[in-house]
Design a protein around this ligand. Sequence first.
Ligand SMILES: Cc1cc2nc3c(=O)[nH]c(=O)nc-3n(C[C@H](O)[C@H](O)[C@H](O)COP(=O)(O)OP(=O)(O)OC[C@H]3O[C@@H](n4cnc5c(N)ncnc54)[C@H](O)[C@@H]3O)c2cc1C
Length: 431
Amino acid sequence: MAWDFQTEPEFQEQLDWMEEFVRSEIWPLETLMHELEWDALMRAMEPLQEQVRERGLWAAHLDPELGGQGFGQVKLGLMHEILGTSPIAPFAFGNAAPDSGNSEILALAGTPEQKDRYLHPLLAGDLKSAFSMTEPENAGSDPTTMSTTAVKDGDSWVINGHKWFSSNASIADFLIVMAVTDPDAHKYQRASMFVVDTDTPGVDIVRDVPTMEHPQENFGRYGNHAEIVYRDVRVPADALLGAQGAGFLIAQQRLYPGRIHHCMRWLGVSKRAFDMLCERALSREVQGKPLAEKQTVQNWIADSAAGMQAARLMTLHAAWVMDTQGVRAARKPISLIKFYGAEVLCDVVDRALQIHGSLGYSTDMPLEAMYRYARGARFYDGPDEVHRESVARHILRGYEPREVPSEHLPTRRAEARERFAHLLEAVTSND
Ligand SMILES: Cc1cc2nc3c(=O)[nH]c(=O)nc-3n(C[C@H](O)[C@H](O)[C@H](O)COP(=O)(O)OP(=O)(O)OC[C@H]3O[C@@H](n4cnc5c(N)ncnc54)[C@H](O)[C@@H]3O)c2cc1C
């Protein structure tokens, strides 16, 4: 029997250290996020990053030969649950999105030259990156419809297209761009990835798109989502990342573990909101009694605890499948947690906000920001509907259509009568 819900003691010690470190060193800094210039915030992070390196927890998503820890998804998941409690904690640990995912792509598909030029400086924090796939004119949920092209011209590729929601592009040094290189190939083999320096002529970062999370334009700050026009952007042949036509294959390798990390980070956010919910339930009185005595509030607490526990076990299970059986086997469990985890996050944050009344709605509490952040979880890395569809498709593969339902009682009874005729006869003859 190999069911085990325990974390090995040495790693639990690391998790305990992380939890205390994030709470005491990073949560306070988080309150100054909007007062400090980005560079100043990053300078404040430097001594913290040093401590993380000393603990052997830096860039843990990568293999040891790249300066990471090669932890695997279960341990990474447990780490991300703690880092998720603060939007800036991942910077202290060298695994902030989208640089972490982009470093995984470079590690997976980059040539030795690309690793030297982009991956190592990215890991050292000397470069920033963005991933540029979604287009305003085409459904991001079905990226096979993308229309950005890269056409071979002598020793170069020439890229033309229009992207948006390229997170962090306005502070990035380079972009990983998905473009159609083989229009006549199978739909999953039409696109390729390119590494494009942001200052290449023809790369026009039009604006940062203000969002629910960042309603004010955020140009040049972390967390922006840029709109970009690629106009005759000429890059050398060695800008191709991985094999020609392998864009979707590489994207999948990046997105699957990324979804596990998102889901565990969401649990960190949910837990923080849940703590606020419980604290307020005990502290605020209505009609002479604490809110905690109202059944609705008790239901919120119980439902939130159940949802978080279910999402946590489902996510760790998906991580375990990924570690033990690989990406292919993990596809269904990962789709399952992507929409379920996003739903739990939105519900828990909403209840925590609701119990705080006008205080929750105000910017005196972090809940309104969590609420705006949470809503995006239902879109990025695939909207809920796409993941539900994918789960249903996987599940239905295990079934076959039947004219008569296999549980149809009259049919089953007739079969049983035939099979057990001797028993029925014996019963009748005993009568
Ligand atoms: C915060 C945030 C960060 C992002 N960062 C990046 C990034 O760094 N790089 C990047 O390239 N992109 C990024 N994106 C874009 C993201 O990947 C897309 O928003 C996502 O893939 C959905 O694409 P779309 O927005 O074009 O929506 P559409 O594809 O137009 O879908 C719209 C809606 O249609 C419905 N729908 C879609 N498919 C189905 C279906 N099969 N069945 C039923 N209903 C369906 C859903 O309700 C869906 O929400 C980011 C998005 C957000 C919100």
